[in-house]
Design a protein. Sequence first.
Lengths: 565, 345
Amino acid sequence: MDTGLDRSRAALIRLPLRYGLLLVPAVFLALFYFYPLVSILAVGLTPGGQPDLTGFAEIVTSAYYRHTLGFTLAQAALSTALTLLLALPGAYVFARYDFPAKSLLMALATLPFVLPTVVVAAAFSALVGPRGLVNEGLMFLLGLESPPVQLERTLAIILIVHVFYNYAVALRIIGSYWANQNPRMEEAARVLGAAGWRLWWEIRLPILRPALLAAGTLVFIFTFTSFGVVLILGGPRFATLEVEIYRQTANLLNLPMAAALSLVQIGLMLVMMAVYTRMQRRAAADVVSAASAARPPRSRRARMLVFGNLLFMAVMLFAPLLALMARSFTAGGEGFTTRYYELLFANVRGSVLFVPPMRAVGNSLVFALATTALAVALGLITVYLLSQRGSRWANWLDPLFMMPLATSAVTLGFGYIIALDKPPLNLRASPVLIPLAHTLVAMPFVVRSVLPAKRSITPHLPEAARVLGASPWQVWRFVDLPLISRGLIVGAVFAFTVSMGEFGASLFIARPNTPTMPVVIFRLLGQPGAANYGQALAMSVLLMVVCAVGFILIERLRTVGMGEF
Amino acid sequence: MKTRWLVVLLLFGLAAFPAFAQDNTLTLVTHDSFNVSESVLAAFEAETGIRVEILRGGDAGTMLNQSILSKSNPLGDVLFGVDNTFLGRALDEDLFVPYESPLLESVPEALRLDAEFRVTPIDYGDVCLNYDIAYFEKNDLPLPASLQDLTRLEYKGLLVVQNPATSSPGLAFLLATVGAFGTEGDYTYLDFWADLVANDVLVTEGWEDAYFGQFTAGGGGGTRPLVVSYASSPPFTIVEETGQPTTGSITADDTCFRQIEFAGILRGTDNLEAAQMWIDFMLGPAFQEDLPMQMYVFPANQNAALPDEFAQFAAIPENPAVVPFEDINAGREEWIRAWTEVVLR
């Protein structure tokens, strides 16, 4: 009879429930993101209880901190330039030529991007470190007594690893932009006599400018916040802001300085993220869909170019990973052995680890599953919050929920140990602290994977279902869920992989009785002796396999490019 | 449908951790270099019924900071490995509850730095330069007779030291240079370090990496025949056939620094009685006589007998460089900071 009244009454009842539910991610963000951030602010600005800006003054006046900041920027700039330079020929090859297994190769090239920094550090140490394959081979061939390739603790190794990491990012952004450009301009230029350097300098690079800027900014951001690579491979001589925050905390216990550095870091990151958002929008806006200009390489020169580039990619991207696998069975130089994998199960009282290393695998899995569950639940609610039509909230909530992505994990970890170790929120000894931190890092990935799918659902579908008498639950279950499930699974796998490999925050907050895989690898890598080294490599291989499987799942399920990243 | 919910339930179920077992287990928080013979430890466990878990938290400094950062949720019951270079910080942070062990009377007065018994001295050792005997013989090179000698051309690229910010012998060696050259005047410790950098000194994060990784006689294929280690390290390099060590320590005046290591009961322990028994055990003859061959140091208990190799090849410098305990506490951070600027940048 008076169904209209009933419905509005039902809506009235549902309203608090609905907003209550939507409040959950907001409360989570407030407690586990903004509260630690505010604590950092408090420690940084009022170290002794009084307002005191000497920490900041010191960053500017002291040559030491100026140098750290300078090095952070300089190595990021160098890494970015080097990455772009090396990725440019690759992007050209991928944009212009068709060759067998092209998309598979592109996918494989992206694999390093999901690998945890500790694994990559271990892989490069297995390849070119003092105990690496290259050195062992050269020592054997040339009859040398000491390793000839000395790359550890040099700027060179940091740059090489940064290129390894970010090559695919640049390749993807520049390559796909290039492939979508109309080739007419270049053809016209050729007809008019432009060739060689001139063609590159005056035609191709200006055309690619938006893509180069977007890729460059992104690579700069990634290398600016480099932590594990510099900490493990750089040795004591090199420190980025991230590494310095860690050292000031763990080694020097200078919390006000760590807080001041964290604030500088957060500030710079926000600026860079803003720049990137602009760049990305421009790079996306300029894409005109043109018929693909890619064709098989016909001339000898073209074939050489394609082959040369693929060879370069294979060597740079896969040699370290293969070396890691090979070395995990031969670390001690006494031939093939599975000893290091067996040692992972042993709990030696003389070991630097409190638990058998294999326990860390279990810990990591449990933390990653918990992270996935939390991130998916919170991410899903957030997606509904953000996709409400005509909501004036969505516009400023969106960047708010993305902020954890722009905050470095090290800063987050540091915030956790200074904020969450006393009442009302004393979680320092609780194992939930790690999944909480990982969820913050992983949630944006879930949101970014699901949001496009949710937004693409036309409002008619749920409306039609409702008219046909479906309850809200049924609408969600049978209309929304099937449509967003792909994105949801991608997001979940992302969350899982991110959690498995997370290092920066975990290093701060993992307690010795519940270490994670990356933390154990880091501890083992820092110890002398073939047994520790072999175990570090063996565990790195395990972690690499987990991440690779996650990566394959993502690649297979993902429908559009890199989603919204 | 149902199975799907089961999966979700399982996910959350897994996330709930089983509580950590706490029944008569004593957790010892210590640094990576801690070692004890399994038999000695087993005897303690059998006698007292207390299970001992050893939690190594990195280098001495890192381990101490970790304990300070989680002092409201202590990592264990007893902390061992805070030395006189960091003692001030530990005491300022009020990390320990006092305990006066009856065995303290066998410990020389000079080692008992805290009058309130918050920490108990367990061992001491002199941080000195160690050298690879074979290398110096083969190259017909005289040993450096002072720290200043290390800046001479013939020792270029031979020395490996530890980062004082992350390593306790590294800090001790920095203090030796502070003691030897002073912080004021024409040629301060920083001038000396600048000269060492010019002479290609190598810096590692920790002692293990320096000794086992970079030192030529450390067995790790290293390339540096001079390393900062302990005056008591050489007995560990004795070759069975010859009965002679492959390394020696340099104990010339003003080249060494004396480190005293302490143990303390962490405030907040729920196992006070076991913790006190452990402190007594650490000062008792079994542990004290096991110490030298396990951790390269001298026992604090003067009644403990020294092993033969130790008595024969471990040196005790007559005049180590001296920096008073209070000065260390006041100057430590500034010296490390200045050192980092001169050496690592």
